[in-house]
Ligand binder design. Structure first.
Ligand SMILES: N[C@@H](CCC(=O)N[C@@H](CS)C(=O)NCC(=O)O)C(=O)O
Length: 395
């Protein structure tokens, strides 16, 4: 079976996934995580010395890289790549446009926002990328005002190449509402019987997640966590002695929050209480300058309502609630292998012991790292009860 090395969150890889799906081509998808530099491993560079995904490996072992080259190979002989010489050349013309004038702007703006969380020192670059994206989108808009599709008024791989990053451009804060012809073109593509968006493929992959290998990996991680917990939990007597990994993969030390009031909340994206994100952000904006922070802790233990990866959770919070408060990576809060931080918060020796009951349970933690109060999930962040406790802790 053919293999594809890729990441479904990448537009270049999505192009390949879409054509494979449209043509019903069986394949094995091997996930490569660029945020962990997996494209730079010796093993991957033996496949693509340019250290980039996607890479297609055929049954006989031949390798093909560059997303648009892969599209041309897979679509050859199908309706998506007609044989007429001029049409093929025009398809290439738009694919080269995509790679030179579109992708380097739209995809990089998206990368800076979605993957890197828009670091301060790259704001100028981000604006320049957005300006480049506007130019490319204006060229597309002009073409699509006159034509249903980019080439010969039929849906071809030129459309796939350009649709890939365009349909997720809002991830890079690029406003598509000002391009009516582009929107109509996207709707035309999306109404096709065999169409799937990037998010459709991501959701599909999530459902397959619990494969044997993943279960084994999970068991191993749980065992390690349990060992770590038994080594540390008894000795840690303040939140400030704990650390975990934040949602961007960096270490988050609670000692950095000494002298601050923390509202620690286990969060989930698919819960009836998820709209509490809006209230949490409001609290953060209201009290942050006085020495208060919210810290969100994603957890999938309640109704499996936080199934996504850290990147997906971040993307959801950014787009839906525009949250700016710190978030951690996903952890377990209940069970024998819960994170040592939660052992401290709710374990037998804690001031407020007892399992977390659901998503959005809240702990108010004082400047000394001790828990002041525990609020049930249903208690709204902006309720009098919470606000009064924060004000009292800050006074
Ligand atoms: N021109 C290439 C671009 C491929 C590309 O930039 N891939 C990115 C993911 S979208 C990548 O592998 N980045 C990893 C890295 O540069 O380290 C194509 O169209 O396939």
């Amino acid at each position: 079976m053919i293999k594809v090395y890729g990441d479904l969150l990448s537009g270049n890889c999505y192009k390949v996934k879409l054509i494979l799906h449209m043509l019903d081509i069986q394949h094995e998808w091997i996930h490569i995580d660029i945020t962990k530099s997996e494209t730079h491993s010796d093993e991957f560079k033996a496949i693509n010395p340019n250290a980039k995904i996607p890479a297609l490996v055929l049954e006989q072992g031949d390798v093909l890289c560059e997303s648009n080259a892969i599209l041309n190979y897979l679509a050859d002989g199908t309706e998506y790549l007609p044989s007429k010489k001029m049409i093929r050349a025009q398809i290439l013309q738009w694919q080269f446009f995509e790679q030179y004038s579109h992708e380097p702007f739209v995809a990089v703006a998206r990368y800076l926002k979605l993957y890197l969380g828009l670091p301060q020192d790259r704001l100028v670059e981000f604006e320049a990328k957005k300006a480049g994206a506007s130019k490319a989108l204006a060229v597309m808009e002009q073409r699509l005002l006159q034509h249903k599709y980019f080439v010969a008024d039929m849906f071809t791989i030129a459309d796939i190449s350009l649709y890939a990053y365009t349909h997720v451009a809002q991830d890079g804060d690029i406003d598509l509402s000002i391009y009516p012809a582009i929107n109509e073109w996207m709707h035309r593509i999306e109404s096709k019987l065999k169409h799937k968006t990037m998010q459709d493929f991501i959701d599909q992959a999530k459902k397959k997640e619990l494969t044997k290998e993943r279960v084994e990996q999970r068991l191993k991680a749980e065992l390690e966590a349990a060992e770590a917990k038994s080594m540390t939990s008894n000795n840690l007597k303040s939140v400030h002695q704990h650390s975990l990994i934040d949602i961007n993969g960096q270490e988050l030390n609670f000692s950095d929050y000494k002298n601050q009031i923390i509202l620690l909340v286990n969060v989930a994206s698919e819960c009836g209480l998820t709209p509490q994100y809006a209230g949490l952000q409001k609290l953060y904006e209201r009290f942050n300058s006085q020495g208060f922070t919210v810290i969100g802790v994603p957890c999938n233990q309640f109704g499996a309502q936080e199934p996504g990866s850290e990147l997906e959770i971040k993307r959801f919070c950014d787009l839906r609630y525009k949250t700016t408060f710190p978030m951690t990576s996903k952890i377990k809060v209940n069970g024998y292998d819960r994170h040592p931080l939660y052992e401290f918060l709710i374990g037998d020796d804690a001031s407020f012991p007892g399992d977390i009951t659901w998503n959005f349970e809240k702990f108010l933690i004082g400047q000394n790292g001790q828990v002041i109060q525990r609020f049930a999930p249903a208690v709204e962040p902006n309720s009098d009860e919470v606000i009064q406790s924060i004000e009292q802790a800050l006074s």
